[in-house]
Design a binder for this molecule. Structure first.
Ligand code: GAL
Ligand code: CA
Length: 342
């Protein structure tokens, strides 16, 4: 009895020790670890395009990545960063919740001497990027997406005189805007219509509603409300800062049995099939796959003490933004099939 008890004890101890080892065992000795987040897992583009590629590509590069959900709360992200620092990750890859709160995060990384790659949401505070020599940004040139979207809307508007329903030579539009203060949302909202004005075509904004979560629900609710409002019948164009909101607006348009030209940004799979079906007129590829790869490439280089873009195809802007900017591409009924093959 005594003997079997001690055998049992020994077995138990081995089990306890191996469980303890497995806990930290996920991190092989010397393996590079990336502490990462997505500002909100509910976001179609961030969760559907960037997150899977961050995971896939990090593992291809032999790095271990942990991606947490900041649930749209900057305070939560601040805590998550503290945890990553306590865990001694090799490098941080961070998707800001509040673009005006970058300095706090950069300060934390600097104090812990951990390199930091910000991605998708560019810091808006002056001097933030200059405050630490080991911080970089991976994203896009926000204005470019608005300009490309504007150019395709302008070309279609010119080619379809019947879109000017009231024949006043002016574009009566509604705007589904993303997160206020987000450089992408601000630039898309501004430049998409600026293109018309620059071409000498007047625009009239009938309504604009912003959503910090860029959500389909928001697109659906706002569009449904607008369609039944006093100006509902006058809407000639629906401009969406992203596809997610466009999907909602398309549902509302279908439900009301009306067809109004509508454009998005991101080129999500659903948007490509909507273009094929003719329910979406165009979108702009937001190349999340390459943004994810650049984020991991820079993170791995920084963590191993190499220069950020060493051995990669990326180049850093020399304007003080310390940014890699992945180009946007127009997606129309003429070329959408090429993107389905990607
Ligand atoms: C944009 C993207 C949006 C949304 C946003 C989140 O680049 O177009 O759909 O994901 O980022 O920050
Ligand atoms: Ca008009």
């Amino acid at each position: 009895m005594k003997k079997s008890l001690s055998v049992l004890m020994a077995v138990l101890m081995v089990a306890v020790i191996s469980v303890a080892f497995m806990g930290c065992g996920a991190k092989k000795s010397g393996q590079l670890t990336i502490g990462a987040n997505i500002y909100n897992f509910a976001d179609n583009f961030m969760n559907g395009v960037m997150k899977p590629e961050l995971e896939r590509y990090a593992s291809e590069k032999g790095a271990k990545i942990e991606i947490v959900d900041s649930e749209g709360q900057q305070a939560k992200l601040n805590d998550q960063i503290d945890v990553f620092i306590t865990k001694k990750v090799s490098v941080l890859a961070i998707n800001l919740v509040d673009p005006a709160s970058a300095k706090t995060i950069i300060g934390k990384a600097k104090k812990a001497n951990i390199p930091l790659v910000l991605f998708n949401k560019e810091a808006t505070e002056a001097g933030a990027m200059a405050s630490y020599d080991k911080v970089w940004y991976v994203g896009t040139n926000s204005a470019e997406s608005g300009i490309i979207q504007g150019e395709m809307m302008l070309a279609d508007w010119k080619a379809n005189p019947s879109w000017d329903k009231n024949n006043d030579g002016m574009v009566q539009y509604v705007m589904l805007k993303g997160e206020p203060g987000h450089p992408d949302a601000e630039a898309r909202t501004k430049y998409s219509v600026q293109v018309f004005m620059d071409a000498g075509i007047k625009v009239q904004q009938l309504a604009l509603e912003a959503d910090p979560n860029w959500s389909t629900q928001h697109g659906n609710d706002k569009m449904a409300t607008w369609l039944t409002s006093s100006f509902g019948k006058n809407i000639e164009l629906v401009i969406c800062n992203n596809d997610g909101m466009a999907f909602g607006a398309i549902n509302a348009l279908k439900a009301a049995g009306v067809k109004i030209p509508i454009y998005g940004v991101d080129a999500l799979d659903q948007a490509l099939s909507d273009i094929g079906e003719g329910t979406l007129n165009g979108t702009v590829l937001n190349d999340g796959v390459n943004q994810a790869r650049a984020t991991v490439d820079l993170a791995v280089n920084a963590a191993t003490g190499k220069s950020a873009t060493d051995g990669t195809n990326w180049s850093l802007q020399t304007d003080g933004s310390k940014a890699v900017r992945v180009p946007y591409v127009p997606v129309t009924p003429d070329n959408y099939k090429e993107f389905q093959k990607r």
